[in-house]
Design a protein around this ligand. Structure first.
Ligand code: IPM
Ligand code: MG
Length: 326
């Protein structure tokens, strides 16, 4: 199986190196090949997603991605983040699963990933007004809703659909389509919740959620909140899936320029993303579970500074490897 590794920027390289070390120990034939992406690719080629990288991703069974973003591009026209948005669109990985588990909390954010505000028309009018637009077609909502209900079926059977239907037209479409799909899943419970209320409930009563079904921007924000109440961004992995291979597997955290290059980034989010890759991207649920168990054990025995411990990236990775060998 061909895995394309895209380290990207900042701590991306450090956590990707940790993932490569661990994946070499998984008893599967995995071919890892690294490609340029993000700011690193802009520096070399002027393009955050060079054609060679895109071609390699298209031919891969899975893409494992570190992080993109660097301060030097903050004001540039060509930005590392554009490469990520384009890659997700090109591979049409519309379903982004972001599990959050912790004390009494076991939820997964199902975020629509290739539509809405991040993909809409944007620009500047002659009078100086700047605009971004949010659009959704019914089919885009349908396919992500189906994913959410399917996933809920294998869990506690409850979907909370997030919108801002008291204001937004796209949210009214969202609500209507989700209700239509819900009819095919009579065994799954559905509630609608306004996004602002959801933000509060996530902080006050996160245990009440099972599957959180949401459009792109709301999901971007709520998934950071969900990560924040269950150990932080250092431990939050994600899977971005289309209808076939390859999926993209990436930590929820960004490039973390403040700690990049220090060797102290928590690789758990990346290793959990690698486990999600084994489970959802390569159909290897047993290997995925072994890796997840090893990461849990390592987080308990060798916590990194973000968790109040003193372990370095490589020490936590060592702990994962020794747990895997046990
Ligand atoms: C995420 C990130 C990205 C997003 C950025 C880097 C474009 O915040 O994966 O959540 O907004 O999707
Ligand atoms: Mg985000």
């Amino acid at each position: 199986m061909r895995i394309v590794l895209l380290p990207g920027d900042g701590i991306g390289a450090e956590v990707c190196a940790a993932a490569a070390r661990v994946l070499r120990e998984v008893p599967l034939e995995l071919d890892l090949e690294e490609h340029l992406f993000g700011g690193a690719a802009i520096r070399e080629t002027g393009d955050p997603l060079p054609p060679e990288t895109l071609a390699a991703c298209r031919g891969a069974d899975a893409v494992l991605l570190g992080a993109v973003g660097a301060a030097e591009f903050d004001r540039a026209d060509v930005r590392p983040e554009h490469g990520l948005i384009r890659l997700r669109g090109e591979l049409d990985v519309y379903a982004n699963l972001r599990p959050a588990r912790g004390d009494g909390v076991d939820l997964v954010v199902v975020r629509e990933l290739v539509g809405g505000l991040y993909y809409g028309e944007r620009g500047i009018r002659p009078d100086g007004t700047v605009f971004d637009t949010m659009e959704y077609r019914p089919e885009q909502v349908e396919r992500i809703a189906r994913r959410g209900f399917e996933l809920a079926r294998g869990r506690r059977g409850h979907v909370t659909s997030i919108d801002k239907a008291n204001i937004l037209a796209t949210s009214r479409l969202w609500r209507e389509v989700v209700e239509g799909i819900a009819a095919d899943y009579p065994d799954v419970g559905l509630e609608h919740m306004l996004v602002d209320n959801c933000g509060m409930q996530l902080v006050q009563a996160p245990g009440r959620f099972d599957v959180l079904l949401t459009e792109n921007t709301f999901g971007d924000i709520l998934s950071d909140v969900a990560a924040g109440i269950t150990g932080g961004l250092g431990v939050a992995g994600s899977a971005s899936l289309g209808d076939g291979r390859p999926g993209i597997f990436e930590p929820v955290h960004g490039s973390a320029p403040d700690i990049a290059g220090k060797g102290i980034a928590n690789p758990a989010a990346m290793l959990r993303s690698a486990a999600l890759m084994l489970r959802h991207g390569l159909d290897k649920p047993d290997e995925a579970e072994r890796l997840e168990t090893a990461v849990d054990a390592a987080l308990a025995s060798a916590p990194t500074p973000d968790l109040g411990g003193g372990a370095t990236t490589s020490e936590l990775t060592d702990a994962v490897l020794s747990a895997l060998r046990r």
